[in-house]
Design a protein around this ligand. Structure first.
Ligand SMILES: Nc1ncnc2c1ncn2[C@@H]1O[C@H](COP(=O)(O)OP(=O)(O)O)[C@@H](O)[C@H]1O
Ligand SMILES: [Mg+2]
Length: 323
């Protein structure tokens, strides 16, 4: 590891014809985390990932993976990364086991070790029952899982997951998310591209929002949300006499302005995320606990949570994908 940084880029550029697909990207991905590269179709996500994975040569700028330059030390970088794309390397006509054993053999494992590792991954990814079925008969979710399994036969230090759940149903998405979490728990850094704001929200510690080849925002989820707007907490009390005290409690708990609505039992406070990394829901839950501690009876409590969709729309000023 180089100072706990998995990926570092400076002014990374890739031009196709006259199209600056990646147009001066600076990134810093901490090791051991999931980092989200979030952007719409055509934003430049795959192009950026391909440069980091040494599959495309940058036209300008530089990129280092664990301190190694992706051009000058491409072989070293290749030895430490793995890429799962939308179009992965498994063979449709082979079974799950045959695919993984073949790939493990190509990676230099002996036959028994290849069989062991394959069985272990198929089991861990919920594919044991499908192990002897041809991959062409797999569902979309199973297919995505075997792609990821194939890419971690040798545990990579850095795994690129390029839109791992695009087109999957909600249940399959959740299965893939669990796998991503398990991979990170094993110590692998994951660079995830996605067009789904909730996916970045679920998995990523930090997110770079990319559009037209440029990073237009970067930070933790909390920072991104706080940078463009805020959610609001709506509280209805049982006793209007408790409202001034409830206002004081919420002001302190949320570090925010409280509005007293025309309705004498109602208050509204913004959740601005200032000085905290907590999600709006967590902040709101804390505020609710503070009200209870102060002996204030709450009849109704609602949170208008800012979504990453709102963040994205505000940042890009246009419609995101139908997520
Ligand atoms: N091999 C290529 N040749 C020409 N243009 C490309 C190529 N690959 C990508 N592009 C263009 O570069 C831009 C970024 O594409 P891409 O990196 O695939 O975006 P994303 O992965 O975010 O959807 C798009 O305008 C796309 O059409
Ligand atoms: Mg892409």
């Amino acid at each position: 590891m180089s100072d706990g940084v998995a990926v570092e880029t400076e002014g990374l550029v890739k031009v196709f014809g006259g199209n600056r697909a990646v147009d001066g990207v600076d990134l810093r991905v901490p090791a051991g985390t999931v980092y989200g590269l979030l952007g719409p179709n055509g934003a430049g996500k795959t192009t950026a990932v391909k440069m980091l994975a040494t599959l495309l040569r940058p036209d300008e700028g530089r990129a280092r993976v664990f301190g190694h330059d992706v051009v000058a030390e491409a072989d070293t970088v290749r030895g430490r990364v793995s890429l799962t794309g939308q179009y992965a390397s498994v063979d449709e006509d082979l079974t799950g086991t045959e695919n993984l054993v073949l790939l493990a053999r190509l990676l230099g494992h002996g036959r028994p070790a290849a069989r062991d590792r394959s069985a272990q991954l198929l089991d861990a990814f919920g594919l044991a029952e499908a192990a002897d079925r041809q991959v062409k008969h797999y569902s979309g979710g199973m297919r995505r899982r075997i792609d990821i399994a194939a890419s971690i036969l040798n545990t990579p230090d850095l795994l690129f997951l390029d839109e791992p759940t695009t087109g999957l149903d909600p249940r399959s998405r959740n299965q893939v998310w669990d796998i991503v979490r398990a991979v990170v728990d094993q110590g692998t850094t994951v660079l995830l591209t996605t067009q789904y704001l909730d996916e970045a929200d679920q998995l990523a510690s930090r997110i770079a929002v990319i559009d037209h080849g440029r990073v237009i925002a970067e930070g933790t989820k909390g920072e991104l949300k706080a940078s463009v707007g805020s959610g609001s907490v709506h509280v209805r009390l049982r006793d209007p006499e408790q409202r001034p005290e409830a206002g004081r409690v919420l002001t302190t708990a949320l570090n925010a302005e409280v509005q007293f609505d025309p309705d004498p039992v109602a208050l509204t406070a913004t959740v601005n995320g200032h000085g905290t990394d907590l999600g709006a829901a967590e902040q709101a839950a804390r505020a609710l606990a503070e009200l209870a501690r102060a002996g204030i009876t709450v009849d109704n409590f609602a949170l208008g949570q800012p979504s990453l969709d709102e963040v994205f729309l505000a940042l890009t000023d246009r419609k995101g994908p139908a997520a």
